[in-house]
Design a protein around this ligand. Structure first.
Ligand code: NDP
Length: 292
């Protein structure tokens, strides 16, 4: 293809939505006497998780929300964590909270997520919210898939009748985005194929995609030969690749090999600055909804 693909800039889209969220947060504060309040629970010392949680807390400040960062030791028991979740459920000063994943191996993450009050589940991971999403009923949409939808909307990406291939079937990204993009709505009305590690001849499927959403957790996995000419590519992956030339000691890369793929597609989400900021923006939108 000639020409550069359009960048689906999550920072730009997120900033535009955040301006609106800030205005609405002011209105909530005026009517209830306190700002929307989000808490984030971080268990252990994983560097990437710490960065994500700190970004979420910082974003709260940028839209006038109150935020609380609750740091718990790696050694916390499942029962202690569940007790903490129950106390957050009961806290009348708190509108919503998240428990940052992954949790240490000795803790059953499903049990913890299911203990969160669905009305405060602003990550949208509780089975009740997942069920509501599937049925198209009101509830909290999972943050990353909802953020992808907002981004497609912001850039007026046509979705109706398109073949969307989602690679990866996790509960937090692949499966829910496959459901949202197949709904009778905008964005939606796609014909969706959901691929995973048991999919045979993956490239023969991804090359049929008008819209390719990749969430597999493998850096640079999707190369140009796996992408249809003119496709819209959404790269959810985020990886810290050691890089001595960077001050931080690492650079960020997605699941897509951008250097080769960018010449084949009409639009692509950058990494960083694509889906990541939209996940945070969705979290703010859900918190605002919880507070309203
Ligand atoms: P998971 O590890 O939970 O799921 C990965 C999925 O990819 C699985 O369904 C797996 O299949 C599939 N898969 C793995 N290898 C292959 C392969 N070779 N071919 C086809 N499918 C494959 O990942 P997540 O969904 O949690 O995350 C995916 C990526 O997105 C990660 O890099 C993560 O860091 C990033 N992420 C980014 C976010 C953001 O805000 N930007 C938010 C959330 C995640 P199977 O089910 O068969 O094992």
């Amino acid at each position: 293809m000639t020409g550069s693909p359009r960048l689906l800039d999550g920072k730009r889209c997120g900033d535009a939505l955040k301006a609106d969220i800030a205005t609405q947060a002011e209105a909530v504060k005026a009517s209830r006497g306190r700002a929307p309040h989000l808490a984030a629970v971080l268990v252990g010392n994983d560097g990437a998780s710490k960065t994500y949680v700190e970004a979420k807390v910082k974003a709260c400040g940028s839209v006038g929300f109150r935020s609380s960062l609750i740091r718990l030791p790696e050694t916390i028991s499942e029962e202690e964590l569940l007790a903490r979740v129950r106390s957050l459920n009961a806290d009348p000063e708190l509108d919503g909270f998240i428990v940052q994943l992954p949790l240490p191996a000795h803790i059953d993450a499903d049990r913890v997520l299911q203990a969160i009050d669905p009305k405060k589940d602003v990550d949208g991971f509780h089975p009740q919210n997942v069920g509501n999403m599937v049925l198209g009923l009101p509830g909290f949409l999972p943050a990353t898939p909802a953020g992808i939808c907002e981004l497609l909307k912001f850039y007026h990406v046509e979705t109706a009748g398109k073949h969307c291939v989602v690679v990866g079937r996790s509960n937090i990204v692949g499966t829910p985005i496959s459901i949202l993009l197949s709904r009778n709505a905008y964005p939606g009305n796609c014909t969706v194929t959901l691929a995973h590690s048991r999919t045979k001849d993956l490239a023969s499927i991804t090359t049929q995609a008008d819209i390719l959403v990749v969430a597999i957790g493998k850096p640079g996995f999707i190369t140009a030969d796996m992408v249809k000419e003119g496709a819209v590519v959404v790269d959810v992956g985020i990886h810290r690749i050691p890089d001595a030339s960077k001050k931080s000691g690492f650079r960020l890369e997605g699941d897509v090999d951008h250097a080769s793929v960018r010449d084949r597609c009409t639009a692509i989400t950058p990494v960083p600055g694509g889906v990541g900021p939209m996940t945070i923006t969705s979290l703010l939108l859900n918190t605002l909804k919880a507070a309203s």
